[in-house]
Design a protein around this ligand. Structure first.
Ligand SMILES: *[C@@H]1O[C@H](CO)[C@@H](O)[C@H](O)[C@H]1NC(C)=O
Ligand SMILES: [Zn+2]
Length: 447
């Protein structure tokens, strides 16, 4: 018998037990990277009172550890944003911005198997924490990937910036919203932004090139009040319910397109009824024999970049809230689907965009595969950049992972996390290199 066989068998067994270690990290590096991730996850940055001071201090210390300059900007009081810079050889080239938000959504700890800020690593290698998918993983992966590249002696051609931003989960006005208006931002000369995506249950990573715009709409109705026993036309409830029926039919038709596989979720107009308000209150409930003179409904409408916004608004004005039926409407939030140049705020996700080619190639080189580019169904900070005409992709490298963002028991497996570091190592290397003259000012202006 070959004297190495028992040793080989031991190695195979060890590999089977621990999972295949990604090639780019030694096992001690992997262990250290996982514990740094856990440390970040344990900082309670849940809305509505995130510990931003602690998160900013942690990111600053991580940047320092890997030898990167950083500064903490307080563009809005109490909302620190950490800007990290990895200088390239040629600062005249458009830079790369790697964005991640530091806040997370609230959780209900008693509904979790592990406390949402414990970052417990269970026996199957899952790390449980609020923010493990959305999106502390990505923020740390950027840093870890740069750490590996620096250790390997790589220097980027273009400048690379990392932003760790507050308030994404509450709309981003005091985060990226304030940042893109700042003087500092204007000097960064950003050519491409990478921001968050979504986990993928299959083995292809998901990539987003645009997102739906929220149109939060309130429809109000007025009508003749009257006795609850009387049948008559023109009550506020009757006027509003007619609209609700029409809106429901439209919702069903859009949803049917998704169910039939004709359109992706991000490509239809979604509508959900988020509140109904009517009635004449009493101390114990509502008056039951009175038809009220006012009623209103709240709608969360999400509009894809492919939609015709004028046609949709006409539909709202003429069919959903016609003044002829004594209805009015108001947008509580109406994010434009066009950028400041009047074009749909999407980033070209095909071979005509050199950034896209580099990104796709980089993921492939690291052994990953991208699925068909999608429109993000909800909102992310990427919209602030696309609105300015700056290309931005949404990408969180989590394959074979259930989508648990904002859900109970949000987790990410240790191996998937480590694999993501390698994916970013490849992406940053590829995007940081000045490949001929493919990405110059001219190309950037065209995109
Ligand atoms: C709208 O309000 C006016 C004025 O109160 C009323 O005359 C009319 O009948 C109402 N129309 C409907 C459809 O309720
Ligand atoms: Zn997020």
């Amino acid at each position: 018998m070959n004297r190495f066989l028992p040793y080989l068998a031991f190695l195979l067994l060890a590999t089977a037990l621990t999972g295949v270690k990604p090639s780019g990290l030694t096992s001690s590096e992997a262990t250290a990277a996982v514990s740094r991730f856990q440390e970040y996850l344990r900082i309670d940055t849940a809305q509505p009172s995130p510990d931003y001071v602690k998160a900013a201090a942690f990111i600053t210390s991580q940047a320092e550890y890997i030898g990167l300059e950083s500064q903490t900007l307080e563009l809005v009081a109490g909302k620190p944003l950490v800007l990290v810079k990895w200088p390239g050889k040629n600062s005249a080239l458009p830079s790369l911005l790697l964005n991640s938000h530091t806040d997370v959504v609230p959780s209900e700890p008693d509904k979790w198997d592990h406390h949402p800020f414990s970052a417990s690593l269970d026996s199957s290698g899952r790390i449980y924490a609020r923010g493990s998918q959305d999106m502390k993983c990505v923020g740390m992966q950027y840093l870890e990937a740069i750490h590996l590249l620096k250790k390997a002696g790589f220097t980027p051609d273009r400048d690379i910036y990392l932003t760790f931003v507050p308030d994404e989960e509450i709309g981003g006005n005091a985060g990226v919203g304030a940042f893109v208006k700042s003087e500092i931002f204007k000097k960064l000369n950003i050519g491409l932004v990478l921001d968050e995506g979504l986990a993928s249950p299959g083995d292809e990573y998901r990539l987003f090139y645009g997102e739906r715009s929220p149109w939060w709409t309130v429809i109000r109705s007025k009508g003749e009040p009257g006795h609850g026993a009387k049948l008559y036309d023109g009550s506020a409830m009757e006027n509003l319910l007619k609209s609700i029926e029409v809106i429901k039919r439209f919702r069903t038709a859009q949803f049917d397109l998704v169910k039939a596989g004709v359109k992706a979720e991000g490509d239809v107009v979604s509508i959900n009824f988020v509140y109904l308000k009517a009635g004449t209150p009493t101390p114990t409930g509502f008056v039951m024999n009175l038809q009220p003179s006012e009623a209103e409904v709240g709608l969360d409408i999400r509009v894809p970049p492919s939609a015709d916004p004028e046609a949709l608004e006409r539909r709202i004005a003429e069919e959903w809230a016609p003044s002829s039926r004594n209805l009015t409407y108001e947008f509580k939030q109406k994010v434009p689907i066009f950028d400041i140049y009047g074009k749909p705020a999407v980033t070209v996700a095909d071979s005509s965009n050199p950034w896209w080619n580099l990104l796709e190639e980089a993921v492939k080189k690291a052994g990953g595969k991208l699925g068909k580019p999608e429109i993000f169904p909800a909102s992310t900070d990427a919209r602030y950049y696309r609105e300015l005409g700056i290309p931005a992709f949404g990408f969180s490298p989590m394959a074979n992972t259930p989508i648990l963002l904002h859900d109970h028991n949000e987790f990410l497996s240790k191996d998937e996390y480590l694999k993501g570091i390698e994916i970013y190592e490849s992406i940053i290397k590829e995007l940081a290199s000045h490949n001929g003259d493919t990405i110059d000012e001219e190309t950037k202006a065209e995109l």
